[in-house]
Design a protein around this ligand. Structure first.
Ligand code: AMX
Length: 439
């Protein structure tokens, strides 16, 4: 058994016992009251699910197993001479709750590289789609097509005990994580590079370097960017659309492939992960209007107001939970300042940071006027030549698989039940109001 799996078995045993004890002693403790505004308003802030890999603070931003983004960038193992953490190390942290050593990280890299596989029928399924089919649609279909490989589905059919279901979920998750870069690269090359595919590289390449290689990018700095990108987008606690969907679908004992594909359909929404492509499209539109170059702050100010006045949202700004600049934005800004300070698009993104929040505050609707993760990622990718912004959410999806699959393995290990909240009708609401004592 690998170190990762062995450690997981140990940790799961402890947490199962702890939670059993907590529920026996405090199961009736109230942790949330739900208002009508919350029931009608997208369930904001209702504490009603458990998610171990990460937690989101409205002001501080995300913490992966208690660690902030700057802490992670410092502490997680890197490649020799590299500056950005290895996503494999982050996955270890998300699953186990401990920072891995370089050797433990290398073991994950080796395991993922040995498990990578894209079955022929998945390629044929993708090839049957129009070449201009949105990459996220291809990604979701591709993951569903890979479900033929599910060990969980086979074991369940054979009659596996509930307590053992985490094991095939772990195996599926490891196989999926190993193979997602192959699927994602296949989609990129068929959509934008004439279907000229690049097979996986030498086995000593780490997960991100191999992904960069299959996408067709040879600049080692692009692989560094990919490492950072894949780390930053990996998890954002359990309530966001993609994570929550993956949890919900997984709770029906659907396997990792079915659950992940469902979540990717949510990530493909413009209010969620698709915002990263929308940001680039929006920035390029203002640049095109001016015939290129960096617009003045006055021009950007008018552009932001025009966007709002036409009833659209400013992509990359605002958040359902965050109330300060997203630390994932800040990490990407630091990368840009180090590697591309003079890049024109980066300069526009930096100017938007000064222009957008005051406008959103003046408009007075958005609770969070600050940039989120999607405000910055596109310009970094364009700098290294990846201009096909329709593709960006696929990269987000490859990364998001890490946190959500770590959660699914935990969900099975903890025996988390079918999720089934209660809905009500407006008729029921009216009756409650009528029956309530006068205020
Ligand atoms: N531009 C314009 N209006 C905005 C806005 C923005 N960036 N952010 C919020 N608002 C508006 C909302 O549309 C809402 O308007 P309404 O009252 O007319 O319906 C009002 O402000 C209140 O919204 P909120 O409570 O502050 O936000 P929310 O929790 O309802 O939505 C989010 C959060 C992210 C969907 C929203 O901020 C938004 O649409 N942002 C732009 C899209 C984006 O960047 N999404 C990516 C988020 C990160 C991610 O998931 N990857």
């Amino acid at each position: 058994m690998s170190t990762l799996k062995e450690k997981f078995v140990e940790k799961a045993k402890t947490l199962r016992a702890e939670v059993k004890d907590i529920l026996a002693k405090h199961g009736n403790m109230k942790i949330a009251d739900v208002t009508l505004a919350q029931a009608y308003g997208g369930m904001r802030d209702i504490k009603c699910m458990v998610w171990e890999p990460s937690a989101l603070d409205p002001v501080e931003g995300i913490r992966f197993r208690g660690m902030s983004i700057p802490e992670l960038r410092e502490a997680l193992p890197k490649i020799k001479g590299g500056e950005e953490p290895l996503p494999e190390a982050l996955f270890y942290l998300l699953l186990i709750g401990e920072v891995p050593t370089a050797a433990e990280t290398a073991e994950v890299t080796k395991e993922w590289r040995s498990r990578e596989r894209l079955p022929d029928h998945v390629k044929k399924t993708l090839d049957a789609l129009p070449v201009d089919c949105h990459p996220m649609t291809q990604f979701s279909i591709g993951i569903n097509a890979m479900q033929t490989e599910s060990i969980f589905a086979k074991k369940y059919r054979d009659g596996l005990a509930k307590t053992d279901l985490w094991d095939p979920m772990y195996e599926d998750s490891m196989n999926l994580l190993a193979s997602l870069p192959l699927l994602a690269a296949y989609i990129y090359r068929r959509s934008y590079k004439g279907g000229v595919h690049i097979p996986p590289g030498p086995k000593d390449l780490d997960w991100s370097a191999n992904f960069a290689h299959m996408l067709g990018y040879t600049d080692p700095q692009f692989a560094e960017l990919l490492r950072l990108y894949l780390v930053l987008h990996a998890d954002h606690e359990g309530g966001n659309v993609s994570a929550h969907t993956i949890h919900l679908v997984g709770s029906a004992l659907s396997d990792a492939y079915l659950a992940l594909a469902a979540g990717m359909n949510g990530l493909a929404g413009p209010l969620h992960g698709l915002a990263n492509q929308e940001v680039l499209r929006w920035i390029m539109a203002v640049q095109a209007e001016l015939g290129g170059g960096v617009p003045s702050k006055e021009v950007l100010h008018k552009y932001v107001w025009d966007t709002l006045n036409s009833g659209q949202v400013v992509p990359g700004y605002g958040h359902a939970v965050l109330r300060k600049t997203d630390p994932r934005y800040t990490a990407q800004r630091e990368f840009a300042l180090k590697h591309m300070p003079k890049d024109e698009l980066f300069q526009i993104v930096a100017m938007l940071y000064d222009v957008v929040p005051p406008v959103l505050l003046e408009q007075g609707k958005a609770k969070d006027p600050w940039p989120n993760v999607d405000a910055h990622s596109g310009v970094l990718l364009v700098h290294y030549g990846m201009k096909e912004y329709d593709y960006y959410t696929v990269l987000f999806g490859v990364s998001r698989a890490m946190g959500t699959l770590a959660h699914l393995v935990w969900a099975r290990a903890m025996g988390m039940p079918l999720e089934r909240p209660k809905s009500v009708t407006t008729g029921w609401v009216k009756k409650q109001i009528a029956a309530a004592p006068p205020a």
